[in-house]
Design a protein around this ligand. Structure first.
Ligand SMILES: [Zn+2]
Length: 292
């Protein structure tokens, strides 16, 4: 089954790279991102949104992941992205995924801490790691999130709360936002560094689509070990679909497997670029060597 997300990010921080955590929503995209990781010999985290879990079902996604990773040469984890819903979390934890992101950023601090502690207890009992988000990351993605900062805390508070809840990874506000940027964001790599000085827990960058390779490197050098990529996948998927359908119409040639190949190749290519920017290419063996 899936490898531990915490082990992958621990190895990444030790060796100075970030593990790409890529959102997928169907067989084509899951197959394509795993192919990119294999081509580049990179560890990988396959992520699925709560919305996709609700649409496709936990059992189907779990089986699909198992089928597609049965013979992979690289370590691949399976992660539930932003989930504020305790029943979906319980379902995924019971299915034995690598990790879940409990998104408590819509709760007040006291409730966020209490509920995160409960989720960590439930997840750890099943061998599942927990990413914790108590500050809200700007932007709306698959129906989760907000464009306003409701909850913002100091790095000392974030580190102290993470220690008390027992979470394995942290998703702080680092200046990015979900979706495509409308204006150049003010990035906060120094905030990642301050947090990395206070805790060994994995630090996660959300909303990375549209950043320059040098921006990713600055975050990684300051302690970020997991970088989420979602919008870039959706964009590559839809652009390749549109181009292929234009071609199909022009040539009156209607062959679904050709469309699927065109989409898969585009997604594999864009994720291959991100893997190189994150420095995780060629790191599969180092990732596998991290002790539990
Ligand atoms: Zn996110």
């Amino acid at each position: 089954m899936a490898v531990s997300t915490r082990r992958l990010t621990t190895g990444a921080r030790k060796h100075g790279y970030a593990v790409p955590a890529v959102n997928v929503f169907d067989e084509i995209s899951m197959r394509a991102v795993i192919a990119a990781a294999e081509e580049k010999d990179s560890p990988l985290i396959v992520q699925v949104s709560t919305k996709t879990v609700r649409t496709s079902g936990t059992a189907f996604i779990t089986s699909l992941f198992q089928a597609l990773t049965r013979h992979t040469s690289v370590p691949v984890a399976l992660h539930l992205d932003h989930c504020p819903d305790r029943s979906v979390l319980s379902d995924v934890i019971a299915a034995g995924w690598s990790s879940v992101l409990f998104d408590a950023s819509d709760r007040d601090l006291a409730d966020a801490e209490r509920e995160t502690t409960e989720v960590v207890k439930e997840a750890h009992a099943a061998g599942v790691d927990v990413e914790s988000e108590i500050e809200n990351i700007l932007g709306v993605e698959d129906g989760v999130g907000s464009d306003e900062a409701h909850h913002a805390y100091s790095v000392d508070q974030l580190a102290a709360i993470a220690e008390r809840t027992g979470a394995d990874l942290l998703a702080p506000q680092l200046g990015t936002s979900h979706g495509l940027f409308t204006s150049k964001p003010t990035l906060l790599p120094e905030r990642a560094r301050e947090l990395a000085h206070l805790t060994d827990k994995g630090i996660v960058l959300h909303g990375g689509t549209g950043l320059e390779p040098a921006d990713f490197r600055a975050f990684i050098n300051n302690g970020v070990s997991k970088i989420n990529i979602s919008t870039a996948v959706k964009h590559a998927y839809m652009q390749a679909s549109a181009e292929h359908l234009d071609w199909a119409r022009a040539n009156n040639h209607w062959d679904p497997p050709k469309l699927m190949t065109a989409i898969g190749d585009a997604v594999t290519s864009v994720i291959g670029d991100h893997i190189e920017w994150f420095g995780s290419d060629g790191m599969a063996a180092k990732a596998k060597a991290v002790k539990p």
